[in-house]
Design a protein around this ligand. Structure first.
Ligand code: MG
Length: 236
């Protein structure tokens, strides 16, 4: 065997090692060190999407500059839906929201907004404190697909947390879509327990079909809902 053949064999062996390492399931490798945040603050490996100061991570859903009001460390729905400039696949998301303290409207017209994963799968934001609507359209529902396990809504104007783990449905090599999933905690209470997300679950006319990555979107539904402390961790 000549030197070139030996070096090719070595390169092949090295790539096998790399491939098998990359394919190792989570939990079967040395974990990275992450410094956790306190009281909802981002951990060290998070991508901060809103830190209370500016909208640099966002654009309007038509691509124009966002007009939401940034004030006192939070941002308020104004004008158009917001979309992240960056696209994501599987993520862990933390955000905090508050419906207007002054109660106006009822049902879907009270404090309506929403968090759209990949611009298409909506976890509903709504003032569902003593406010009846269809059960799979209330706060923390996977909008029109799955009601939350319980209604854990705080009072209008109070800050609320969503901690969400999202795995997108993915187009498979065989042409079939592999279902994704949602797990949602609302104010620390489990409300969506690893429920399936199918490829046709989009509630957007603009974004449809299963895809590997897409933007995170915050809905403008005409109500002055506020957001703060938004960060994600990539899971793939
Ligand atoms: Mg909504």
């Amino acid at each position: 065997m000549n030197l070139r053949a030996i070096s090719l064999l070595r390169a092949a062996a090295a790539s096998v090692v790399l491939v098998s390492f990359a394919a190792a399931p989570a939990g079967d490798r040395e974990p990275a060190v992450v410094t956790p945040g306190t009281a909802g603050a981002p951990p060290s490996d998070a991508i901060v999407l809103f830190n209370g100061k500016d909208l640099s991570a966002w654009k309007s859903d038509d691509g124009s500059e966002p007009k939401w009001k940034v004030e006192s460390g939070n941002m308020e729905v104004h004008g158009k839906s917001l979309m992240t400039r960056q696209e994501f696949g599987a993520i862990q998301l933390h955000l905090e929201w508050a419906s207007p303290a002054e109660v106006k409207g009822e049902g879907q017209g009270r404090g309506n907004s929403g968090v759209y994963f990949q611009g298409r799968y909506e976890i509903q934001v709504l003032d569902s404190y003593q406010n009846k609507t269809y059960f799979n359209g209330q706060a923390a529902s996977f909008y029109v697909h799955n009601a939350p396990l319980v209604n854990a809504c705080r009072k209008p104007g109070e800050w609320q947390t969503y901690d969400i783990v999202f795995h997108p449905p993915k187009p498979g090599a065989d042409g079939k879509v592999q279902p994704g999933s949602f797990t949602v905690l609302h104010n620390g209470v489990l409300v969506q327990d690893h429920i399936p997300v199918l490829g046709d679950a989009s509630v957007s006319a603009k974004f449809t079909g299963a895809t590997h990555t897409g933007p995170l979107m915050l809905q403008d539904h005409g109500n002055p809902v506020r957001y703060r402390n938004i960060w994600v961790r990539k899971l793939d």
